[in-house]
Ligand binder design. Structure first.
Ligand code: SAM
Length: 274
């Protein structure tokens, strides 16, 4: 292990003057043991391709490299680039850093098929990125797994089951053709600076895509149903052509509310409307 690899992350941050910027959702993790545990969630990364969003000073990046991965990382904050350049030199050929906004990067073109996505996400763009990775016509997707840090409350929405407080659009999006679970809770004190709330790492793998269902339609149905989650389905789905007839064909009581339908029910409904 070289000097840079062993250097405490606190010193890397001080050396490069990386004061965390709230506007960029910067909450850094400095504990290398914790970073190694996060990097272990997707399983053996020896020779695997990993796409990381927001490497910051590079703590998680380094844990991924140490686990054997080749990493493509996109970082928006130019101030972090010199610290990341040190890692690029250290792990020659296994790290490529792209300066830019993850929302604008064509990650499939950058990492190819079969990449694991691992990120301590900036909270302001986390949900948008997750929905993008879960969406799209093409399935299985270009990624093999997602290992993503969220605020605990968002993580609970991703894995929620029907009739629970957190169940909603995000739960259906994450479960209708994927499997999602909370892999780890991370206390706020693990971050510098500490965020206001507890965080959690969610692990998602693609599952088989149900036949005959358009991803666009299931998004539309769940948006309409949960957009008015306190209303009965006959009200919230009224504006959707064919939806009330579909409920009848499926023997789903139109007086039910969005949160009482299972993911399988939404799949069936979307299939009727696809
Ligand atoms: N990976 C580091 C760690 O675990 O300590 C930093 C995580 S920090 C929560 C989020 C990182 O994402 C920051 O470095 C921030 O600059 C970067 N970031 C914020 N918005 C971004 C965007 N739209 N595209 C790419 N990176 C972004």
């Amino acid at each position: 292990m070289s000097d840079r690899a062993a250097e405490p992350l606190r010193d890397v941050i001080a050396r490069h003057g990386l004061q965390a910027a709230r506007s960029l959702g910067q909450n850094f993790i400095l504990d290398r043991q914790l970073l190694a545990r996060i990097a272990a969630i997707p399983g053996d990364l020896g020779s695997a391709a990993v796409y990381e969003v927001g490497p910051g000073p590079g703590g998680l990046t380094q844990a991924l490299l140490d686990a054997g991965a080749s990493v493509v990382a996109v970082e928006r904050d130019r101030r972090c680039l010199p610290a990341l350049a040190e890692l690029e030199a250290e792990y020659s050929g296994r790290l490529r850093v792209i300066e830019g906004d993850a929302l604008e990067v064509d990650e499939r073109a950058e990492v190819g098929a079969d990449a694991h996505i691992v990120a301590n996400l900036p909270y302001n763009v986390g949900t948008a990125l997750l929905l993008r990775w879960l969406g799209g016509e093409r399935w299985p997707p270009f990624w093999r797994s997602l290992t993503l840090m969220f605020q605990r409350e968002v993580a609970e929405r991703i894995v929620a089951t029907p009739d629970s407080e957190h169940y909603g659009r995000l739960s259906v999006a994450a479960q209708w053709r994927s499997q999602a679970r909370i892999a780890m809770n991370v206390h706020r004190s693990a971050f510098v600076p500490p965020p206001k709330v507890t965080s959690a790492v969610v692990y998602v793998v693609p599952a088989a895509m149900p036949a005959g269902v358009s991803p666009r339609v299931i998004e539309q149905v769940t948006a309409a149903a949960f957009g008015q989650r306190r209303k009965m389905l006959r009200q919230s789905l009224k504006a959707m052509p064919g939806a009330l007839d579909a409920l009848e064909r499926l023997d789903i009581d139109p007086q039910r509310r969005a949160e009482t339908l299972s993911v399988v029910d939404y799949v069936a409904l979307a299939r009727e409307l696809s």
